[in-house]
Design a protein around this ligand. Sequence first.
Ligand code: F6R
Length: 612
Amino acid sequence: MCGIVAYIGNRPVVDILTDGLRRLEYRGYDSAGVALVGKNSLRLLRSVGKVKNLVDKINKDWPDHASICGAGIAHTRWATHGAPVEKNAHPHTDEKKNFAVVHNGIIENYAPLRENLIKKGHVFTSETDTEVIPHLIEECFEGDFIKAVTAALKQLDGTFGITVISPLFPDTMIVARRGSPIVIGVCENEAIVASDVSAIIAYTKQVIYLNDNDIAVVKADSIDLRNIDNVPVSREISHINWDTGAAEKGGYEHFMLKEIFEQPQAVANTLRGRLDENDATAVLNGLNLTPREIASVSRITIAACGTSLNAGMLGDYLFEDLADLPTEYEQAAEFRYRNPIIQPGSLIIAISQSGETADTLAAVREAKNKGASVVAICNVVGSTIARESGAGIYLHAGPEIGVASTKAFSCQVAALLMMALKFGRARRLSRQEGLDIIHELKRLPELIQEVLKTSRHIEKVAKKYSRAENFFFIGRGYMYPAALEGALKLKEISYVHAEGYHAAELKHGPIALLEEKVPVLALANDIPGKDKIIGNIQECRARKSPVIAISTTGDGEIKNHANDVIEVPRASIFLTPVLSVIAMQLLSYYVAKERGCSIDQPRNLAKSVTVE
Ligand code: F6R
C-alpha cells in the first residue's frame, strides 16, 4: 500500500524522509521517490524497487544531500494505475515543475480530467491517476498556493491523502485528505507528515489526524487547518503511546488481526467506482470484454489455490445462479495435468492474491496455450499472473502481510459477485435484480463492521475451545466453501487439525470421528438450507460433539441446538459466506493466540508459493 512521508524544518530533510520511508516498508510497495524544494528549485528522484535503491541514487546524484534542510515529500508506491516503473513512481509534478505531489488513494475521474488538461496543453509523463493533481493545481494557480490546491481538490472524485510542495512557496506544505489517512506530527519548529504514524513516532508522539475534506497548511512553525470550503476547523492533538513495532501494525498485535479489521475499507476499495446504478451493473473495464463477448461465453472455469480457490468455489455458485453459466472450479495444480477442455466460448478465471502462485500461473499459461480467454483476479498490481492474463480485476485491498489470507478472500468474493452481476445483466438478470445486488454490495463494508464488533464474544468462544486438537467445519450450498475456508484458517495458524466438510457428507464416513473432544463448527445461517443443517447439527450432538453455530443475528432458534452461537448480520445468500468467514478468521486468530502460535508467520508456510 502506498506510503507518504513529508517534512518541513531545519534538519537535513533527506535523512528524515528516507528514514520515514524505511519505516513504511512493511506496507509493501514497488517503487519509491522523493522531491525537495528550495527557493525556485525543485529536485526529484525516483526509483523502482526497494528504498535502498532510492538511497543509492540520492547518494550518487545529490552528494550534498546531508546539508539540505527545508521542505520535502517522499513516497512508496504500490501500483494501481500503471505498471511499477520509474515514470509512474511518485512524486509527480506539472510540466513547469511548479508543484510536486505525493498521493495515496484513487482518483476515479482521472481519465476525463486528464483528457481535458491535455487539450489545454498539459503534457503527461506517467500512466497514473495521481499525475492529474499537480497539473490541475497548476491550471488553477493564479498566485495563491492554497486557493489553487483547494480548487483542484474540488474537481477530484475518489479518495486521496496528499502532500503538495512548491518551489514558489518553499516554506509551505499543503496536506489534505479524503478517504486516505494522513497524520501530522506536531513538533517544535518543524513538522512531519505521513500516511501512517509509524513514520512519525520516532520524532514525536503528538499527532493530528486529518478528517475527510480537511486541508492543512503546514509551515515549520505553524499548522493551519481548514476544510475544503476554506472554513477554519480545529482538530484535537492525539498522543500515541505505541512503540515503533506496534505502530507498523496500526496498534494491532499481529498483521493478521490488522488485516481482518481492515476488511470494511479493503472491500470498499474493491467496489469503489465499479457499481453503476444507472445500468444496474458493474463497471469492470479491465476485463476487456465487450457485451457481445460476454454474451458469447458459454462456460467458465475458475482456477486457483488455497483461500483463492475457496473464493473461486463461491464464484462457481455465483456464475451459475446469476448468469446461468455452466461453471466449474479447479485446483490450479490439477488444471494443466488434466486435459482441460477448452472450446470456443470458454473463459478461464485465475484468482490469486499475490499474482505469483506457481500453480495458478501454470494454469493461466496452459489455458492461453489452448486458446482460451483468461481473466485474472489479483491483488498485486503488475504481478506475473495479472500481466500474463492481460485482463482482469484488481482488488485494491492493500498489501496482505500476514501469511494467512484474510482480506483478500472478502475482496475476491466481492470482485466475483461484481463479475457475475455483469455477466448476469448481459444474459438474464432484470434491472431490479441487478440493483438489489448493487445495494447489497454497497452495504457490505458496514455489514463486515457489524461482524468485527462481536470480536470480544468470538474471543471468548475461541478460548473455550482452544485446547481441542481436532475440529470439523460443516456447511451446505454457499456455506460449503465457507466451511472449507474456516477450516483452512484454523489449521494453518493454530496447527489444530481442522476439516472442512459438506454437512451432508459427514455421515458418509467422517461421522465416525465425532466424540466429545471433537467440536463441530456448523454454518447455520438463516438462508436456504438452514433446516437441513439443523438436522446435521443434531447428528453431531447425538455423537456428543460440542457444536459452535454461526447463525443470523436475531435467529433465536439456533440457540436451542448449539452449545455456542456466533451471530453475523442478515444478508443475502451471496454475501453471507463472507460475513461468516470473517467470524471464523477471528475465531482462528484467537485460538492461535491462546495456543501461543506464531500467527503472522506460521511454521512451514510462505506468503507466496512460487514452486509447484
Ligand atoms: C491461506 C493462504 C493460501 C493462499 C494460496 C494462494 O490462508 O494464504 O492458501 O491462499 O497459497 O495464494 P494466492 O492467492 O497468492 O495465489
